[in-house]
Design a protein around this ligand. Sequence first.
Ligand code: 5AD
Ligand code: SF4
Length: 453
Amino acid sequence: MEYMLKVKELNNSMFLKAYILTFGCQQNEADSEKLSGMAEAMGYEIVDKPDDADLIVVNTCAIREHAEQKALSTVGQFKHLKNKKPGLVIAVCGCMVAQEHRQNDIKFRYPYVNFIFGTTALHRFPELLYKNLTEKKRLYHNEEAARTIAEGIPIKRNNGYKAWVSVMYGCNNFCSYCIVPYVRGRERSRRPEDICAEVKELVDNGYKDITLLGQNVNSYGKDADFDCDFADLLDKLASFEGDYTLHFMTSHPKDASRKLIDVMAKHERIAKHFHLPMQSGSDEVLRRMNRRYDTEKYYGIVEYIREKMPECVITSDIIVGFPGETEEDFEETLNMLKKVGFDMLYSFIYSPRKGTPAAEMEDQIPREIQNARFDRLLETQNAIALEKNLPMVGKTVRVLCDGESKTNSETYSGRTEGNKIVFFDGECSDKGKYVNIKIDRAEAFALYGKKIK
Ligand code: 5AD
Ligand code: SF4
């Protein structure tokens, strides 16, 4: 806080502009809203183009190789801006630069980057900026995950009716393919009273859609000295006055509890949507992924969700081509997709991450096989998604309107509580409001309908 004032004084009411670019997941989006909040408090106007910015912050992702390459090439493109405006400050933060080898890449291959900081040092952004501006030195900051959580960072939200709220940071699970525990540190849960205050304020300010974030929300509270697990937290958060919907992600199947499902079923304000990453339908692959559940346990959770909430949308993440995945393993995944009937799937080709156990495993799967399996997975899932959506025809669903569709300005789009996209004949004033849509057509990835006046 102290440094925010110092930078503001230093900038001394010059009209400075900051451009903040985000790669990766919702957690990164949420972190960037804090970067924007801090930048604004330091006197910068947030702009949506890098061209005439005085400060550029690139918030990076490390989950797959492709994400890192995109971030690096973007940082590369900013070199010409720095040449044009030598006073431009460029900072790189987030998961990618929490890894030592990537810090070295920036240090040696991108000498015009002024400073970098890892995810656990987000709150130190003003301090690093101040030191860079005053000492004119390049700074590399990546601290070991602190146990404390910085509360009270200003947030500049990008959306006036949908908000992210982090409930915890970090991950302790060490799935063998995943870089997250290395770059985001150990689990740290925010205090329930701080989360309640943030959510209450959002609801009071008219926010309709609030997504609670954590790498594994089901372990909320396990690291803490207070007695409140995720189900208790959700129960409290769903009890405020107001017309709003709570979502949450992500849940690890190894500790998705019946208590949580019961709380979801009890509250209308909790979206009937469960994102439950399965990763693979083969018990042997799950074992080598260090997921600590098998398909039987997974299916048991699905059955309980369907028993308590028959309409609940269930979505999942799948990785294809994990080291050692045989044709039989892959077919077991396809069979599980059919057995569960996911409404939607986020599918990924396995990407080796330096420093994770899976990257060292023998029998890495060749790219052509990975690609072919990926295509088969999509084909199987498309048919399932269509089968899931067809019965929606003729039904009326409540949709939160996002305004004009990005692809067709003559239609409007919105999301159901299960996050399905719906296109309809809306009007300007619908944006940010709930509207009722009668569905008249369904595809695998979208629903179409007319507004009920
Ligand atoms: N390769 C491919 N996909 C990955 N994911 C995590 N790590 C990797 C990796 N190394 C996927 C998982 C996770 C989602 C967020 O990203 O499916 O649930
Ligand atoms: Fe990665 Fe597993 Fe943690 Fe999810 S639970 S962030 S996949 S290590």
